[in-house]
Design a protein around this ligand. Structure first.
Ligand code: SAH
Length: 257
């Protein structure tokens, strides 16, 4: 039985990276019960809106500013409608939900978050890779290059590159040349593998693979300028080691060697 939801709250729902089947069951239930859906039209797969009931009002927020989005939500919550705010991937990464929550709170409206599959997870599944390869890389840096939205100085791409760990770089493919320059200046060898994944999990997904030496030219040739992730690190390379966890000679809590 699908849960019932509280129409006095706004439900923020992570839509997943693109494939409409990659929304959570809770997200699906919310969409199918919502009276009003405000979706981020620049990135959301509109096929998700087919899950909505007949008569649901669907608004694309692409051309709206924060105040207009909040007004829309508040008017509908106050008339007892179930309002869903649908955003790409997961809400907790570059989701701007903090500011929406703060503005809603000023109007006495609470919110509830339903997580989604982030695009960096969609991209890994598209490539069939894991970011954490035993003895090669055990950490993942999720970041973006500073652009019109600045990033704190101490979070420069150079500083992260010094670790030579796995990296998933959001919102930066339009500046691929500068990204590469900064990563190399920071310490990644130019032979480091890179994959650029455009529209992970969409039917028109495109993957460009190379190294820091040649990826910028390849991305320009492919014409990729948005909706892409830059994945960097030896996890994409040939070196790997089997994990201890499934090693027949390794004893642990649940299994004797
Ligand atoms: N909250 C989202 C990220 C929003 S920021 C998430 O969890 O994925 C928007 C950026 O996310 C895009 O510029 C791009 O870098 C990345 N992105 C979103 N969807 C993507 C997809 N399907 N494939 C590749 N990158 C994607």
């Amino acid at each position: 039985m699908p849960a019932t939801f509280d129409p006095s709250l706004v439900y923020f729902v992570g839509a997943g990276p693109g494939d409409p089947e990659l929304i959570t069951l809770k997200g699906y239930n919310l969409l199918s019960q919502a009276d009003v859906v405000i979706y981020a039209g620049s990135l959301i797969n509109k096929d998700l809106l087919h899950y909505c009931k007949t008569g649901a009002a669907c608004h694309d927020s692409a051309s709206l500013n924060l105040g207009e989005i909040i007004d829309l939500m508040a008017t509908d919550v106050h008339t007892g409608k179930l309002v869903v705010r649908l955003q790409t991937g997961d809400l907790s990464l570059y989701g701007s939900i903090r500011e929406q929550g703060e503005e809603l709170a000023k109007l006495g409206i609470g919110f509830c978050s339903v997580p989604g599959v982030s695009s960096f997870l969609g991209a890994a599944s598209e490539l069939g890779v894991e970011y954490t390869v035993p003895e090669v890389s055990q950490s993942l840096v999720i970041t973006r290059m500073s652009g019109r939205t600045p990033t704190p100085e101490r979070e420069s791409l150079e500083s992260f590159a010094a670790h030579q760990t796995s990296m998933a770089i959001f919102l930066s493919v339009q500046e691929i040349g500068e990204v590469v320059e900064r990563l190399v200046n920071g310490g990644y060898p130019v032979s480091t593998p890179v994959a650029v994944v455009y529209k992970a999990t969409w039917p028109d997904c495109q993957v460009v693979k190379g190294t820091l030496a040649d990826i910028a030219g390849q991305v320009r040739t492919a014409g990729i300028r948005k909706t892409a992730l830059i994945l960097v690190g030896a996890f994409l390379g040939d070196e790997y080691h089997y994990s201890k966890l499934y090693d027949a000679g390794f004893t642990h809590e649940y299994r004797q060697a």
